[in-house]
Design a protein around this ligand. Structure first.
Ligand code: OGA
Ligand code: MN
Length: 282
């Protein structure tokens, strides 16, 4: 298999990968090439794919073990590795119509947050429902030297409960059970995250799950987080993906924050996500 890539942004942030059929097993050399691509580019877009759940899981497993999400009512009954972001639900899963509609990095609230996510689109609305991605390497690089010096050794606390509760306002989500809460205690991560394979530094806070900066008074912590989040969301660093049916987007959670956008929910939107386990951030 010979893959080729085509830039989708003027920066190195996003590339389309061509010459690969994800329904077929992928050989080791191609997996290695894709690993190199994702370290280099952070987002790989594969278009015109037609894969079933087994194929989605099999392709994802090339990059590591898969995460099983804490909230089981979102998981496909026969495929716990697949979280269904389906506004009509699917096979009895709880419908999600506002999932991820805030800037976040998937599951950053775990001690070992997932390295990557692979989102595949099965049904999309005619307009809207795009997913925005922010380039956290570029965001870090663009900070001035004073800010870099200020944040380089800071750590931040990440948690799930506050966000889950907020997204469930108005009875949209049940409360997390004691057992679920025990799976997601607050954790602390560096504010500047280094990709161990390339040495590149990324800003590693997000609006969704980052609660506070360790060691700072609450108001100062809030101000700094707001400043960093607002900085990273600037259009210069953001790529917005307009979904077609059959797109699979593989992003690097170590280097990207993302946010779902609105659409007319009278249309079906059905997406499947697998999530690759990752390492302790450094
Ligand atoms: C996700 C996510 C956003 C979207 O799959 O992790 O945040 O647009 N999705 O569905
Ligand atoms: Mn997400």
């Amino acid at each position: 298999m010979t893959i080729s890539t085509k830039p989708m942004t003027t920066t190195r942030f996003v590339v389309e990968v061509e010459g690969i059929d994800l329904s077929k097993p992928v050989d080791g050399a191609t997996v290695a090439a894709l690993r190199k691509e994702i370290n280099e580019h952070s987002i790989l877009v594969f278009r015109g794919q037609s894969i079933d759940n087994d194929q989605h899981v099999a392709f994802s497993r090339n990059f590591g073990d898969l995460e099983i999400h804490t909230v089981k009512q979102y998981l496909l009954p026969d495929y716990p590795e697949i979280i269904a972001l389906a506004n009509r639900g699917e096979n009895g899963t709880t419908p999600i119509d506002n999932g991820g509609a805030y800037w976040h990095t998937d599951i950053s609230y775990k001690a070992k947050p997932p390295m990557g996510s692979l989102l595949y689109s099965l049904e999309v609305p005619p307009e809207g429902g795009d997913t925005m991605f922010a380039d956290m390497y570029a965001a870090y690089d663009a900070l001035d030297d004073d800010m870099k010096a200020r944040i380089d050794d800071l750590r931040a606390v990440h948690g799930y409960e506050a966000r889950f509760t907020k997204m469930g306002e108005g009875g949209k989500r049940p409360k997390l059970s004691a057992e679920q809460l025990a799976e997601v205690p607050d954790v602390s991560h560096p504010v500047v995250r280094i990709n161990p394979e390339t040495g590149r530094k990324a800003l590693y806070v997000n609006e969704g799950f980052t609660l506070s900066i360790e060691g700072l008074p609450m108001d100062e912590s809030r101000d700094l987080l707001d400043t960093l989040n607002a900085h990273a969301m600037q259009p210069d660093f953001v790529y917005s993906h307009h979904w077609r049916v059959g797109d699979l987007v593989f992003w690097d959670n170590r280097a990207v924050m993302h946010c779902a956008t609105g659409y007319d929910t009278s249309y079906a939107r059905t997406m499947h996500r697998t999530t690759i386990q990752g390492d302790m951030p450094i």
